[in-house]
Design a protein around this ligand. Structure first.
Ligand code: PLP
Length: 292
């Protein structure tokens, strides 16, 4: 099946879907993005993703290229044209095309928009969650605006590659105080020996993941308590459970950190339950997911 992408107003076949060599996304990573899960052909937590997109654009002073409603139409059309039932939709907005110069281009330069979508069978993620994944750790070396979902992801790319080369699924960044910040493309969580679910506050050092945000609601509905505080690598290694969250991973148990088994080395019950409930929650909340 041929794939389609949306590029600046046009739905193009993949081989023809290209951007200009002087796009600021290409030259400076001067752009923002969102990745949204698609389940049963439906965008999950669209309203929350759109709100974060708006914030990222505002923080970087990139003009909003179209209304969120219009953007939603484009996202759905790309999903439809690619016949994605379960998978991901990717949206990127850059500061547009202009002669290379670090300073912003002339006022009125239109931002560039690219949207792609791909199928990914649910079974692959489910299998990964059933087995659990390994993480390695790397020193935190990112800028202090990781709250912005920008396409400037070089440290994250290098961290993920280091994980891959070590046979692990994810790399957790650890800051100068020995505290885990987050993964290269996921938020990090632990479950303490007394059952506390712990994740770092989103005020600094992490991206406020949409999955993370929704997990607060899921946990509340399940009568589970989440503590928002920084946790150290040592605490993580001694935890009963650990897991990661993202639109691409939902909740995926971590069974090994830097070669040390977490808990009994198998996926934990809290992570497994949160994963199960996340999907129930998404299925039960079509209005919320549509932004209604
Ligand atoms: N942290 C980082 C650095 C990420 O790149 C991502 C997702 O791409 C997340 C956390 C999780 O965010 P979300 O739950 O919105 O996918």
């Amino acid at each position: 099946m041929s794939r389609f992408a949306y590029v600046n107003g046009l739905y193009l076949r993949h081989p023809e879907a290209v951007v200009h060599v002087e796009d600021r996304g290409y030259q400076f990573a001067d752009g923002v993005y969102e990745v949204c899960e698609i389940r049963g052909g439906r965008l999950i937590d669209e309203a929350l993703h759109m709100a974060r997109l708006e914030r990222s654009l505002k923080e970087l002073r990139i003009a909003q290229p179209m209304s969120l409603g219009a953007l939603g139409v484009v996202l759905r059309e790309v999903v439809r044209r690619n016949r994605v039932h379960d998978g991901l939709v990717y949206l990127q907005i850059t500061r547009g095309v202009a002669p290379r110069n670090h300073a912003f281009p002339a006022e009125g330069t239109p931002p560039s928009i690219v949207v792609t979508a791909k199928s990914s069978p649910r079974s692959a993620g489910d299998l990964r969650a059933e087995k659990g994944v390994s993480v390695i750790t790397v020193p935190e070396n990112r800028w202090d605006r990781v709250d912005i979902k920008t396409t400037s992801l070089l440290p994250n790319v290098l961290a993920k590659q280091a994980a891959k080369e070590a046979g692990a699924y994810e790399a957790w960044f650890v800051d100068a105080d020995g505290k885990v910040t987050e993964g290269s493309s996921t938020n990090a969580w632990i479950v303490t020996m007394d059952g506390g679910i712990v994740t770092r506050p989103a005020e600094s050092g992490i991206l406020r993941g949409i999955t993370r945000t929704v997990l607060f609601e899921v946990a509340k509905a399940a009568g589970l308590r989440i503590e928002e505080r920084a946790f150290s690598l040592d605490e993580a290694k001694a935890a009963r459970e650990a897991f990661i969250s993202a639109a691409t991973a939902i909740v995926t148990p971590v069974v090994e950190i830097d070669g040390h088994p977490v808990g009994n080395g198998a996926p934990g019950t809290v992570a497994t339950e949160l994963r199960r409930r996340f999907h129930e929650f998404a299925a039960e909340a079509p209005a919320r997911s549509r932004g209604g």
